[in-house]
Design a protein around this ligand. Structure first.
Ligand code: AMP
Length: 408
């Protein structure tokens, strides 16, 4: 498991920005500025740039300067359309400083721009992925990047599960002068609040489409939770494995044994598993299909379960409102279609209500963040993770290379 060395007070030690003096120092920060652009190269969603602002502001406020490095998209070599210069104006507006730009993240342009950087100034380097060495985790390339700054800060949670040059390899060139940024520290703290220092009862809601993509998460969290709500497409593998009739619902036949094993393990560990008892069934995978509420074990041939039914939602509500810690990963139904979004919206409402009553709620991994944003729950959860794949890997109990490299 990830988890950080304990100090004498039995809390978790983690170096943060406050442990460093940035005055007259150049901080080289790995940020995630992989933002969506429209056809005219305007930033259409600046959330990730805004998310990096607290770290940048804190360093500038101490009298330091900042060198930002990021990837954008999946370029094959130096492709103009993936240039980070497209985001310069948005970044300058958000940060309130005129951000300088180096047309290459290594070599002369980067070195000169970094050398000339003065306290209070911000420099953005060109797309790291213009060099294949970035994703290859090339040591010489990482060393070149490292030579630009005095202190390395990793604030890119979305890429913390990758052992790339700028996310992991670079850290070895900063034996002690390395730290998490505010955003990454918050991600780690939030996950620790759920899996480590959690207030009981702890409930995990796992939805989404397939057992196979969630199995490692399920296995890992069985040791940490009191209740596990299983919903979404995964439901039907569990129901069929227990002899239920699931009609045309999504099912992984080769995972039925595994589903029974999970139920057996949960029982052994004293985890209460809650699976839908009824579903909204449809006669087609379509928003305009005919629908009816049916018992989850009696889905007629030609029909498929696409959302949790009312009795299931009542059951889930009770569990959620009694929980003190809630983890939510994956929608309860095909939320992309309005006809099958009700379960996911209701679940969001229950978690919001529990959070308002004092529970800690973390939403993360995969599609749930999209659902939370789409239905306006973002501000009603205690924490919404910024990294889909990275959060999933943390929930699976893996040590993320980008995090390990800072703790090293
Ligand atoms: P994941 O990325 O594993 O969290 O899966 C999210 C996807 O699961 C969403 O695109 C949902 O549409 C899909 N999903 C949820 N419930 C069902 C269901 N009952 N049948 C088919 N797909 C589902």
């Amino acid at each position: 498991m990830l988890f950080l060395p304990k100090n004498k007070k039995n809390t978790y030690q983690m170096k943060t920005l406050n442990d460093f003096d940035f005055k007259n120092k150049k901080a080289i920060i790995r940020v995630d500025f992989n933002v969506p652009l429209d056809e005219n190269f305007n930033v259409t969603d600046a959330t990730r740039i805004e998310a990096a602002k607290p770290t940048i502001d804190a360093i500038l406020a101490q009298g330091g300067s900042v060198i930002l490095m990021s990837h954008l998209g999946r370029p094959k070599g130096a492709e103009e359309k993936y240039s980070l210069k497209h985001i310069l104006k948005t970044a300058s507006d958000i940060l309130g400083v005129s951000v300088k730009f180096a047309e290459n993240c290594v070599g002369e342009p980067a070195q000169t721009a970094a050398k000339d950087l003065k306290p209070g100034e911000v420099l953005l380097l060109e797309n790291l992925r213009f060099h294949a060495e970035e994703e290859a985790g090339d040591v010489a390339f990482a060393k070149e990047l490292a030579s630009l700054g005095d202190i390395y800060v990793n604030d890119a949670f979305g890429t913390a599960h990758r052992a790339h040059a700028s996310t992991t390899i670079i850290a070895q060139f900063f034996p002690t002068e390395k730290t998490f940024g505010t955003l990454l520290a918050k991600e780690i703290e939030s996950l620790n609040k759920v899996l480590k220092n959690s207030e009981k009862p702890v409930t995990a809601v796992l939805g989404g489409s397939k057992v196979s993509s969630k199995i490692t998460v399920i296995e890992n969290i069985l040791d940490k939770v009191d209740h596990m709500i299983i919903g979404g497409g995964m439901t039907f593998t569990f129901i069929k494995a227990q002899g239920g009739k699931i009609g045309e619902s999504i099912c992984e036949d080769d995972k039925q044994e595994l589903a029974l094993e999970i139920l057996r393990l949960a029982k052994e560990k004293g985890v209460q598993v809650h699976i839908p008892v009824d579903v909204i069934a449809a006669d087609d995978f379509s928003n305009t299909a005919n629908t009816k509420v049916v018992d989850v074990t009696e889905i007629p041939d030609g029909w498929q379960g696409l959302d949790a039914g009312p009795k299931s939602l009542e059951n889930f509500k009770k569990v959620i409102l009694e929980s003190k810690t809630i983890l939510w990963n994956g929608p309860l139904g095909v939320f992309e279609m309005e006809s099958f979004a009700k379960g996911t919206i209701a679940l969001g409402d229950y978690i919001a209500e529990a959070t308002e009553k004092g529970a800690f709620s973390l939403v993360g991994g995969g599609d749930s963040v999209a659902a939370v944003k789409q239905f306006g729950f973002e501000d009603k959860m205690s924490y919404v993770s910024t990294g889909g794949g990275a959060m999933l890997e943390m929930l699976e109990g893996k040590v993320l290379p980008g995090i390990a490299a800072i703790l090293d």
